[in-house]
Ligand binder design. Structure first.
Ligand code: NAP
Length: 343
């Protein structure tokens, strides 16, 4: 049967991971496309999803039967702290336009994307799928968090009122090819890599923002991608699903920085700036529900160090312009940073 699968945010970190899975996983396998499916990856140049008219035109053009909705204003803790209203409004508009247009076009299934960042600041750990709304989010990203939480509420409302098959995935911190290395808006790992590289190049101390004690669960974008493809074919509940490595694989920012120092080959002085925020201190999430559902598959997570090395040592095709918000065309921005400095 033919299916048109539209990926909003398809040009970003997670979207490009899914594109890679579609291009490389065996057809009709648990993590690959199926016969008769067309996967369409779009970015903001095709439609500004904050605009309802542009969103409708997009749906008219592609007539999607399924949507993986990733498009969002996304950023690290410092970008979130600086622009709470932008994170709130842009994400509210994008999500409402995509979900309502999907409803109007009778889309058979929508998977939207939440994040473990949106969970309550004060909550009993580990995080699981039942705890999203049990308290206020961390104040550093309350705009993003409230907008994202509403995706779950809205999906449930479409399900209850109209029977729509809308659900949400909840990834932990993602990294991999096509990540954003812009120091103003990057998430922690690409920001660490970029700063460490600048320290190596300029022979200055490598300063890690925060105490280094905060903990994060990182998932490699290419692992996450396989889980999204599997979820599209095999998961039909409105209840959100956490897509994450195990809670025992949570690592400190210091451990992540150590791995970055090793990958970059930095040998200089290395320190922590404790005047900078740690963001939410820890947020271990359990993947018990996910593992139960995956038990009949051969899915395995890529170990963190191996995924980091694979990402950092990938080839590159375009030049990284230091200081500009840019990604290399094949997503291996780190290698591109290194090469851009070479004569
Ligand atoms: N990165 C993480 O650590 C993480 C963790 C948990 C959850 N998530 C969620 O995963 C999803 C994807 O994140 P990501 O890291 O892949 O983000 P990303 O790399 O920043 O990509 C964002 C995507 O959204 C698109 N977009 C942004 N504003 C748009 C607009 N107004 N109209 C249309 N498209 C727009 C971008 O298009 P352009 O390329 O054209 O700008 C891009 O394709 C998001 O929903 C995010 O909340 C991410």
């Amino acid at each position: 049967m033919s299916a048109q699968i539209l990926i909003t945010g398809g040009t970003g970190l997670v979207g490009q991971g899914i594109k890679y899975a579609i291009e490389t996983e065996p057809v009709n396998s648990h993590f690959g496309k199926r016969d008769g499916e067309e996967w369409i990856f779009i970015g903001s140049s095709e439609a500004d999803l904050r605009n309802k008219g542009q969103t409708e035109k997009l749906f008219e053009k592609y007539q999607p039967t399924h949507v993986i909705h990733l498009a969002a204003r996304v950023g690290g803790v410092f970008a979130n702290m600086a622009r709470k209203l932008d994170f709130l409004r842009d994400n509210l508009l994008i999500n409402d336009n995509v979900l309502h247009t999907a409803h109007e076009f009778k889309v058979k299934k929508v998977i939207s994307c939440l994040s473990t960042c949106v969970y309550p600041d004060k909550v009993e750990y580990p995080l699981d799928e039942t705890k999203i709304h049990l308290g206020l989010p961390h104040e550093s990203n309350f705009g993003y968090s409230h907008a994202k939480r509403l995706v779950d509420i809205q999906s449930r409302a479409y399900k209850e009122q109209f029977g729509d098959n809308f659900t949400s995935a909840i990834p932990t911190s993602v990294f991999g090819p096509h990540d954003n290395f812009d120091l103003e808006s990057a998430h922690v790992l690409p920001a660490l890599i970029h700063r460490c590289y600048l320290s190596k190049t300029n022979n200055t101390p490598f300063v890690v923002w925060g105490s280094g004690k905060a903990q994060r669960q990182f998932i490699y974008s290419r692992d996450l991608a396989k889980l999204f493809v599997w979820m599209l074919h095999s998961y039909d509940s409105v209840e959100p699903l956490i897509l994450s490595v195990g809670e025992d694989e949570e690592i400190t920012i210091k451990q992540a920085a150590d791995a970055v120092v090793k990958a970059v080959g930095f040998k200089g002085e290395y320190q922590f700036d404790t005047t900078k925020s740690d963001g939410q201190f820890l947020k271990p999430a359990t993947n018990k529900k996910l593992l139960g559902l995956l038990k009949d598959t051969d899915f395995r997570f890529t170990p963190f160090d191996r995924a980091l090395m694979r990402w950092c040592n990938g080839s590159y095709k375009t030049t990284w312009m230091l200081g500009q918000a840019s990604r290399s065309s094949d997503g291996h921005g780190f290698k591109a940073i290194l090469t851009s400095q070479m004569p």
